[in-house]
Write a protein that binds this ligand. Structure first.
Ligand code: AMP
Ligand code: FES
Ligand code: ZN
Length: 315
């Protein structure tokens, strides 16, 4: 016989069990739980204030669409940016989901959607650009996305740029950084990165307290239609392996992921102080000689990438 679960908060029938919190929730209490976790993240990491104007990078996947919805519901002025990477059907269906959410939900809050189309602005989709520049597709994609996220935030005058990275993403990244003792990355890994110099927007990850499974459930329960398939370029096999390992540990011992990542934040930054930019990093930054975005080199990685792609076409 299947035992029915009751909601830990209101005692009505629960729809979801959360072993890591030793709890079960009905739909309304689950939504409150999700909103509370995001609110806690924003406050404890000093991400932004009530009257800040936010830009959220929305990919069409569950995490970032959930994030846009949550921020709007919590009363933050939040517009979105979608970057169409030119990966055939995958990019087209992702854009459809983002546009659908924007036109059916976000518009009711007066929120706007910006779309950056890589084929139009950079001249080709990321697969072609990667081939022309002789670089792996995922790192080409990462360089373009990081650049365009920051560019849009600065150009349109947003106070903060938010992404949908969740607890699984951050714990997997931490595991990779620890396994390889990447000191420099560990210093900078955190859910709130201040704007170090003019030309760099503040970057935040308000979903770092929530798991992939919880965000998928949030979308399903709230009828948020998202792209289920992953990018066909497949994210790094390493990241997937780290996520698998962490999921196995989580099944055996619920709460492991949060203990690992939140523990790192507490120990490395006592009293919840947000990540600070080291003076050495700040002083190493200056405007790119081609586009003026801050960089530690003469020419930023985006402009170098675009120059390599152009040289290859010219040959
Ligand atoms: P990923 O690196 O694909 O796991 O994505 C991490 C976060 O980056 C997502 O939650 C989004 O906030 C953002 N993002 C990824 N791809 C896009 C895209 N094509 N357009 C806008 N934002 C994106
Ligand atoms: Fe960038 Fe797939 S999303 S390569
Ligand atoms: Zn540049």
């Amino acid at each position: 016989m299947i035992k029915t679960m009751n909601c830990t908060r209101c005692k009505t029938k629960a729809v979801l069990k959360l072993p890591r919190h030793n709890a079960a929730f009905c739909k309304d209490c689950f939504n409150s739980f999700i909103h509370d976790q995001v609110h806690k993240a924003i406050r404890s990491q000093e991400m932004f204030a009530k009257n800040d104007h936010l830009l959220v990078a929305v990919s069409g996947g569950k995490d970032s669409l959930a994030l846009w919805n949550i921020l709007l519901k919590l009363g933050y002025k939040t517009d979105a940016l979608y970057v169409n990477l030119g990966i055939g059907d995958y990019s087209e269906s992702s854009q459809e989901k983002v546009v659908h959410f924007s036109e059916t939900v976000a518009v009711g809050y007066g929120a706007a959607l910006h779309v950056h189309t890589v084929e139009r602005h950079e001249g080709a989709g990321i697969r072609e650009l990667a081939m022309m520049a002789h670089r792996p597709t995922c790192s080409t994609c990462g360089t373009i996305k990081r650049y365009q996220f920051n560019h849009a935030a600065i150009q349109h005058g947003y106070d903060v740029m938010a992404t949908g990275h969740n607890l699984d993403d951050e714990a997997a990244r931490l595991l990779g950084n620890v396994l390889h003792w990447q000191h420099e990355y560990l210093e900078k890994q955190g859910p709130s990165l201040p704007a170090s110099v003019d030309g760099f927007a503040k970057k935040v990850k308000p979903l770092y307290r929530l798991t992939e499974r919880e965000l998928a459930a949030y979308c399903v329960l709230n009828k948020i239609d998202y792209v289920v398939e992953e990018c066909p370029m497949a994210p790094g096999a390493r990241t997937l392996l780290y996520k698998e390992v962490l999921n196995r540990l989580e099944t055996e011992s619920p709460g492991t992921k949060q203990m690992f990542y939140w523990g790192f934040l507490e120990k490395s930054r006592p009293a919840g102080t947000p990540t600070t930019i080291m003076e050495k990093d700040r002083s190493a930054l200056h405007p790119c000689s081609l586009c003026s975005q801050p960089t530690t080199a003469e020419i930023c990685s985006y402009c170098r990438l675009m120059a390599r792609a152009k040289t290859s076409t010219a040959r």
